[in-house]
Design a protein around this ligand. Structure first.
Ligand SMILES: CC(C)(COP(=O)(O)OP(=O)(O)OC[C@H]1O[C@@H](n2cnc3c(N)ncnc32)[C@H](O)[C@@H]1OP(=O)(O)O)[C@@H](O)C(=O)NCCC(=O)NCCS
Length: 291
């Protein structure tokens, strides 16, 4: 089975979009939007015709890859040109046959030949390592979003291609997908069933958990400080030190349970921080008494 990697003809565009749609369908979310991104990129000023490749096997298009112009904006607001690899997709029935590897290798070769300095991709580090991609964070390059995903990868196409290039990656606006537009665009393709939107729910639960963990720490420390001040601020004549320490132990042991019950929330992490802060206050109190 021979695979040819070549540029597509304009009238093959829809077929390539369909290949991407089949490759990405239900993979990272219900349905997919990569075929739409490909469509948008082809009409964008970021489009690079030399880096738009398709794979043909058995006289049919079985894979496609596109790259686009992007920038790394450094902390002084300077733009460093870079290219963004992908989306790339191979029809499920043809995956694992080396077609993806051929498409990526061809794209990288051509990008290097055309004179681009470096390339960025959002992809599986385990897969892209074979092409020489490394974590973008090794170069102090991060995604535009607040969080830096582990799957943001970069590769120098020339020695020192990323020298002095640090900052945030600015992808072409074609990657900012409007779901309504994707659904509209999808109507021109064969009907396909989407899986349930379960991952999104999980994601939002995880976000909530993360948020609550942060609150736990803040509330724990704040309570520790307030209780510490009240407890150790009371003069010796009203409260002797033995009683003071006993009250502190009782608070550490029972207060979090009361708090959890009253507000119906988990406070395990907060309890640790509160106890830590109170212990710190005790040490400070003893230290101040000694000097
Ligand atoms: C990723 C994709 C383009 C690779 O194309 P392919 O033709 O299947 O890949 P190849 O045949 O060249 O390479 C297959 C090898 O890569 C490995 N591989 C494929 N996807 C991988 C992944 N996500 N992580 C790690 N290894 C992966 C396979 O295990 C296989 O290894 P082997 O050769 O040791 O058996 C294709 O699987 C695909 O279209 N996937 C769905 C869309 C997608 O995820 N695109 C990439 C988003 S960045």
């Amino acid at each position: 089975m021979e695979t040819i990697i070549r540029h597509g003809y304009p009238d093959e565009c829809r077929e390539v979009e369909n290949v991407l749609r089949e490759a990405f369908w239900d993979l990272y979310r219900p349905g997919c939007n990569e075929h739409y991104i490909y469509h948008q990129l082809r009409q964008s000023s970021a489009y690079i015709a030399e880096l738009d490749w398709i794979a043909e096997t058995d006289q049919r298009i079985v894979g496609g890859i596109i790259s686009s112009k992007a920038q790394v904006v450094d902390y002084n607001g300077l733009n460093h040109p870079i290219i963004c690899l992908g989306p790339i997709g191979v029809l499920p029935a043809y995956q694992g046959l080396g077609i993806g590897k051929k498409l990526i290798s061809k794209s990288l070769e051509e990008a290097e030949r055309t004179g681009f300095q470096a390339v960025v991709v959002l992809g599986d580090p385990a897969y892209y390592a074979q092409f020489g991609f490394e974590k973008a964070s090794n170069y102090h390059i991060r995604a535009s979003e607040a969080e830096n995903p582990d799957n943001l990868l970069v590769k120098e196409l020339r020695p020192k291609g990323l020298e002095g290039v640090t900052g945030k990656v600015l992808f072409d606006p074609a990657f900012q997908v409007d779901e309504k537009a994707v659904n509209e665009f999808d109507r021109d393709f064969p009907a396909k069933q989407k899986k349930e939107a379960e991952p999104e729910v999980k994601e939002s639960n995880r976000d909530e958990d993360q948020k609550w963990k942060r609150y736990n720490v803040i509330i724990g420390i704040s309570l520790g400080i307030i209780l510490g001040f009240i407890l150790f601020g009371i003069p010796q004549k009203y409260l002797d030190d033995g009683l003071r320490l006993t009250i502190m132990l009782v608070i550490i042991l029972f207060f979090p349970q009361i708090f959890e019950k009253k507000f119906q929330v988990k406070f395990r992490l907060g309890r640790l921080w509160m106890a830590g802060t109170l212990i710190f206050c005790t040490i400070l109190f003893i230290f101040l008494k000694l000097i």
